[in-house]
Design a protein around this ligand. Structure first.
Ligand code: ADP
Length: 270
């Protein structure tokens, strides 16, 4: 089976050949299968600056990070050469357009891809409204981003990404600007939504509990040049379980302690 995302000996050195050369990642190797009907959720943790965002940016094909200095990044067997609507990114910073309403923001991705999607205006309205409802913003369609709370704005960002039905979803510290109760709310929302999406998800977070609660696998990276130092895939939380209930279980706490220990070991290793 062709992997949905594959890194083959990937290295990224920024400013290569200059005195400012810096190798962010080295020897990153993995292959994630496209499990039909389920999709996999991979959470990435590691010391600051170890190349976590670089991995997401290489999957996305962002121009200032792509191409890798060495190795290959493949999505469904094809070498990544730039962004595509099969991959959607959700950032920490709310990425909505301030002058567009919630509905217009969510509809935006459909509009720019209208020809490829072959959707009529009313079909676009229907799909955008459906997503707005699913992220819990029904009734807020006509509001502008500044009229929404931080958590609501991040719901708009999630709806904007999901409306295009990407097979791969990339999330870079999506909730770190939110207060803790809102963060739990977003974690609950993500587990509900992802169950339906069946997409492959990569989440970068500095919260180990968030990584374990949301991830099917948790990768702990080494210091830069970062590589995947440890992979934890034995903890299986009950999907749909309340984050606070789940994170209070002894087995969950033990799993967090194990990941924390690996994190510290890899961070202090030379
Ligand atoms: P993390 O997400 O783990 O904190 P990043 O992937 O953002 O780490 O960055 C890894 C290292 O690469 C950092 O030292 C960062 O300064 C550097 N870096 C990231 N992007 C660029 C870029 N476009 N140009 C130069 N250096 C970069």
């Amino acid at each position: 089976m062709t992997a949905i995302v594959e890194f083959d000996g990937v290295e990224k050195t920024f400013n290569a050949g200059t005195p400012k050369a810096f190798t962010a990642i080295r020897d990153v190797d993995f292959a994630i299968e496209d499990k039909p009907g389920s999709g996999e959720f991979i959470a990435i943790v590691g010391p600051s600056g170890c190349g976590k965002s670089t991995i997401l940016n290489l999957i996305q094909g962002f121009a200032d990070v792509y191409p890798p200095t060495r190795g290959e990044v493949r999505v469904r067997g094809e070498i990544v050469r730039g962004p595509g609507s099969d991959r959607g990114m959700i950032f920490q910073k709310y990425s909505s357009f301030p002058h567009r309403t919630v509905l217009a923001n969510v509809r935006f991705g459909l509009e720019i891809n209208q020809r490829a999607l072959g959707m009529s205006p009313s079909e676009m309205d229907d799909r955008a409204s459906d997503l707005i409802r699913r992220v819990g913003l029904a009734g807020h369609e006509g509001k502008y981003p500044h009229q929404l709370s931080g958590g609501q704005q991040q719901r708009v960002a999630i709806a904007r990404t999901l409306v295009l039905r990407p097979r791969i979803i990339l999330m870079d510290e999506p909730f770190s600007a939110l207060d803790e109760p809102t963060r739990y709310e977003m974690q609950r929302l993500i587990t509900e939504l992802w169950h339906d999406e069946e997409a492959t998800v990569f989440l970068v977070t500095h919260s180990l509990t968030e990584a374990l609660y949301l991830g099917d696998r948790v990768w702990v990276m080494t210091r830069a040049p970062g590589r995947i130092g440890r992979c934890f895939d034995h903890y299986a939380p009950t999907r749909g379980e309340d984050p606070l209930t789940s994170q209070d279980q002894p087995a969950f706490r033990e799993a967090v302690a194990a990941v924390a220990e690996a994190f510290r070991e890899l961070e202090s290793a030379q």
